[in-house]
Design a protein around this ligand. Sequence first.
Ligand code: AMP
Length: 278
Amino acid sequence: MAALTRLFRSTTTTQNAAASFIHRSLTTAAATQSVTPRIDPKGRNVQWVFLGCPGVGKGTYASRLSALLGVPHIATGDLVREELSSSGPLSKQLEEIVNQGKLVSDEIIINLLSKRLEAGEAKGESGFILDGFPRTVRQAEILNEVTDIDLVVNLKLPENVLMEKCLGRRICSQCGKNFNVASINVKGENGNPDISMAPLLPPSNCVSKLITRSDDTEAIVSERLRIYNEKSQPVEDFYRGLGKLMVFDLPGGIPESLPKLLEALNLDENEDKRSATA
Ligand code: AMP
């Protein structure tokens, strides 16, 4: 409650309302998910954040871990795209911002996130892996005022790999899964290892339904990377200062990276699968 009171004093009225939604959603205790959620030492489900440049694979790894940990994977980029395709009052404005590679205002994004958390709360969700939020220091401060994030995983890949990954990204318009048609082989620079990633091809039933994100063009990806460095890089420093940042250099594609990431997180995929089905 003290955190909320502090927040009321320090943020704007709109942000207060949104932040109080977030606060209420985040402090709900019980979960009724079919997968056994991982309880962290604080006695509640995990509250993690995934940071990383556009194209690094936040969504891929966050969704795998959310399935293992039994907590929802909440990607603010998905919330923005849902709003965009809903032809609601915000959709025109959002389309313009997203297609310039710019960030949506903190106010809009916090409102979208609050609505998503409320809907989850109504379904009995608790805990989360946030992907794509926070993206500005202000967003990180608001989140920090309303709840205690346990861990921030910062995924890293060289910029030339990020560009190739974004240009190769394809999404199934029916099931929503992400794939990648790029075959990446990049020589490591400055003593860093080479990086190879095999394409992540879709199953035959998705092939005819693949779409490309409108913001995955070379010009827009360059702008998104520029904005990440300007606005989101300081978020890494914010969490480093709180002692919550875990930097993870991805060694390659999912087959090489996922087991190493699980190891770094002290998670055992098989153990979690067993508890998920128990
Ligand atoms: P993403 O799928 O995470 O790359 O997000 C797609 C787009 O949604 C971004 O380029 C932004 O325009 C917008 N967006 C997503 N999350 C945020 C956020 N936390 N703050 C501001 N804009 C966001």
